[in-house]
Design a binder for this molecule. Structure first.
Ligand code: ADP
Ligand code: ZN
Ligand code: ZN
Length: 747
């Protein structure tokens, strides 16, 4: 080892911008073998002792007084080489400090808490003995029905199993004593995610030719050891999961590891079960719901190469793989891949960067790819497009009916539910089938729509829906254009132009009034604030304890339930008129997801979509199940308005308790930016400042500047320069600032 080994280059764990650089510390002799790149150490800094990350070794500048490392925090480095590089890249790309990036990357390690274990029961005999065992229980029908439930879902607790078989836990105990059921101890936080649905029991399937070709293409990239990104565009039910599993097997065969990510809401027991069935103890599950100790254990197994198959949510993208070979994002269009706090990273961007660093493959899977990914997989784009054009079971997609709410108004129905929807729900109640009433999201913004013609008021410059405020002002939250509420509709002259927005509570109240006697459950962020209540509500619905389930996106998982034959989308317009340039895309994705997932049981499914804009291209395309048609309409619109993927956006969010300070601060930043931009032909625009759509949270006001330009690097550089200037203005500059590069939403 060269002499530079005496001096470690260290990023100190402090997030101030001014100290975001490497400091040199001498390595004491007794730590020589332990301090490695990626180690966390303790160092004297100013008058304090702080944690620091070792990023390398090298000589300090001349005449600098070098202090000594005071101690080491971990036996083994917590960061792999490529993650050190990723942290640097994050600091540069997201304008955070390197220390912030580090702490985000290793967050799973921190916080070790006690965990609880639960016992899950499963059949204790081989599958081919099933008939024999069951016929042996001919005279014990209760025991037989418990066993049948356990065969169907081998991951239930004693109590749940008893409930599922409608018998007492004592019957379950009898089977355990008889050796027909055995218990498996599982940490309760795993179980939390695993309980949410039944087990399909599918095992190794033979791939169809499309799947085979897909696996082959991805594997080729993998074994070549060169970076490759693929968009796996497969209609719902086309068997994307099998492609993931096949590609993972190739990664393992090549001696490398694979990370598979799913959106928060879809880390289902089916998914975990499928992975465990195929890869057994090679699987590690990483997600934020894991308790500290267990999370740490999984993290370690990954780092040591013992668990080369990682399954998790967004944060799993930082899994410390020794030799990354494959990164998969299922449902890659989902907004939950974007972290939504001060360090706003996108798991897709990190995955691609990591794959580039380690010559790995990235697979982006979706039935409704994000417009960005779709565009990038076009001719000459950086992603390769792989299509799975057919559904496995050939089962037709459910019939989607668009209900025109304007007609309801004309006919005197001013309620939340249209007559066709009411009739359809009554029909299901009669047949003993289940209904889901779906509210696209809890509306944070109120828009104004003409109930006669469906005209929505938009900003002429930004093409963003204007948001209605209680003081009667309509505002564009991108550029701050504002106007009063018109007395008549500019489209048709009708006076019936109103602001709009209905919450789940209101929908529940009205449903209870109309469908008297029906058993109704509601699931939204209010009713599921308690941990685990989400699963409880879905579980109750699955067991037939209710006829109607009302909820937001959270209930998407429930759409797979076999007794659900009707899904009513209460108001597609709440998504369609969000103040966001992706509003049409989100609406299309949501409706397509709803339509693709419902009616998967034996009974045929039906979807009813209520809207004031039945002719809108996103709604019409979703109703025809026409994914590519939607992109054909949407891409030219984005191009003509200069929105992504034809440009990049960044948002600077200002928050402060005093609205005067915040507008002063935001205007000042705008001024700084404008000054930097003047005289340059870089086509960068600064929109606003304007109050954010969520203009006040917990007593703090929120304002934003939206910056738009053709090149991401320039956008980022100009904001960085601006932040440096602001640093010098402190403390007279008061608002807190948050930067979002490539925002996925701008609430
Ligand atoms: P997607 O994720 O594309 O919507 P899934 O991966 O959930 O679709 O697959 C849909 C269903 O088809 C699953 O039940 C899966 O087990 C089954 N399946 C997948 N591939 C095959 C195959 N080659 N042969 C038979 N069934 C398959
Ligand atoms: Zn505007
Ligand atoms: Zn009108």
């Amino acid at each position: 080892m060269s002499d530079t080994g005496q001096f470690a280059e260290i990023i100190v764990d402090i997030s101030a911008r001014g100290v975001d650089r490497v400091f040199h510390y001498a390595v004491p002799a007794e730590l020589k073998d332990k301090v490695k790149p990626g180690s966390r150490v303790l160092v004297p800094f100013g008058g304090r002792r702080l944690a620091g990350y070792v990023v390398g070794f090298g000589y300090p500048e001349r005449d600098v007084k070098v202090r000594e490392i005071a101690g080491i925090l971990d036996e083994e480095p917590v960061l792999t080489e490529d993650l050190l590089e990723i942290a640097r890249w994050m600091a540069d790309s997201y304008l955070c400090s390197t220390a912030e990036a580090f702490s985000r990357i290793i967050a799973p390690r921190l916080g070790v808490k006690a965990i609880r274990e639960v016992k899950l029961l499963r059949p204790a005999f081989p599958a081919d003995k099933t008939d024999e065992v069951l016929s042996g229980l001919k005279h014990a029908p209760k025991q037989a029905s418990v066993l049948r439930e356990a065969l169907l879902n081998p991951r239930l607790t004693r109590k749940e199993l008893a409930a599922a078989a409608q018998t007492s836990p004592a019957t379950v105990d009898t089977l355990v004593k008889a050796g027909l059921l055995e218990a498996e101890k599982v940490a309760s936080s795993y179980y939390k995610d695993e309980i949410t649905a039944g087990f399909t029991g599918d095992c190794l399937t033979r791939l169809n030719p499309d799947q085979e070709k897909a696996v082959e293409e991805i594997s080729k990239a993998l074994t070549g050891g060169k970076f490759g990104a693929f968009l796996l565009y497969g209609v719902t039910g086309s068997g994307k999961t099998e492609v993931y599993l096949g590609a993972i097997a190739s990664a393992l065969a090549a001696g490398r590891q694979a990370v598979t990510m799913v959106p928060e809401i879809s880390l289902t027991p089916q998914m975990i079960g499928l992975f465990r069935e195929r890869f057994g103890s090679l699987v590690a599950v990483l997600h934020s719901g894991l308790a500290g100790r267990e999370r740490y254990d999984e993290w370690r197994r990954v780092k040591e190469g013992k668990a080369p198959v990682v399954l998790g949510t967004r944060s799993a993208v930082f899994a410390p793989l020794p030799r990354p070979g494959l990164f998969i994002l299922d449902e890659e269009h989902e907004p939950s891949y974007k972290q939504d706090d001060h360090l706003r990273y996108h798991a897709r961007e990190i995955a691609i960067k990591r794959a580039q660093l380690s010559g790995a493959a990235v697979v982006l899977g979706s039935a409704t790819p994000s417009l960005e990914s779709w565009y990038r997989s076009g001719r000459g784009g950086p992603y390769r497009l792989i299509k799975l054009p057919h559904r496995i079971d050939k089962k037709p997609l459910p019939h989607v009916t668009v209900v025109d709410l304007r007609q309801e108004i004309k006919d005197g129905n001013r309620g939340i539910f249209s007559r066709p929807l009411v009739a359809a729900v009554f029909d299901r109640l009669r047949k003993g089938e289940q209904t889901i009433l779906f509210l696209n999201r809890r509306g944070y913004a109120t828009f104004v729509v003409c109930r006669e013609c469906g005209h929505v008021l938009k900003c002429g410059r930004c093409d963003i829906s204007l948001t209605y405020h209680l003081d009667g002002v309509l505002r564009c939250h991108y550029c701050n254009y504002n106007t009063g509420l018109p007395a008549v509709c500019p489209g048709c002259g009708s006076g019936y132009i109103r602001h709009f927005g209905a919450g789940t509570q209101k929908v529940e109240d009205e449903a209870a009034k109309i469908f008297t006697g029906a058993r109704i459950l509601r699931m939204d962020s209010d009713s599921t604030a308690q941990r685990g209540s989400h699963e409880k509500i879905l579980g109750a619905f699955r067991q037939g304890q209710a006829d109607i389930l009302i909820g937001t996106q959270m209930i998407a998982k429930g759409l797979d339930l076999p007794k659900v034959t009707l899904v009513g989308v209460v108001n597609a317009d709440t998504t369609l008129f969000m103040p966001d340039f992706r509003a049409a895309e989100r609406t299309f994705q949501l409706l397509t997801q709803v339509a693709g997932r419902s009616g998967r049981g034996k009974l045929p499914g039906e979807v009813l979509v209520q809207t004031y804009c039945p002719d809108h291209y996103s709604i019409a395309a979703a109703a025809r199940h026409d994914v590519e048609g939607f992109y054909r309409d949407e891409l030219p619109l984005r191009k003509s308005l200069g929105y992504p993927p034809f440009s990049y956006l960044a948002r600077i969010l200002f928050t402060h308790g005093d609205e005067g300070e915040i507008s002063k601060g935001a205007l000042l930043v705008k001024e700084i930016l404008d000054k930097k931009l003047s005289g340059h032909d870089n086509f960068i625009e600064v929109l606003g400042p304007a109050p954010a759509p969520l203009s006040r949270i917990k007593g703090r006001f929120r304002w934003q500047l939206v910056i738009k330009g053709p090149r991401r690097a320039e956008l980022k550089d100009i904001i960085r320069e601006c932040l440096d200037d602001l640093e010098n203005l402190r403390p007279s500059f008061k608002p807190a600032i948050n930067i979002d590069i490539n925002p996925q939403g701008m609430q």
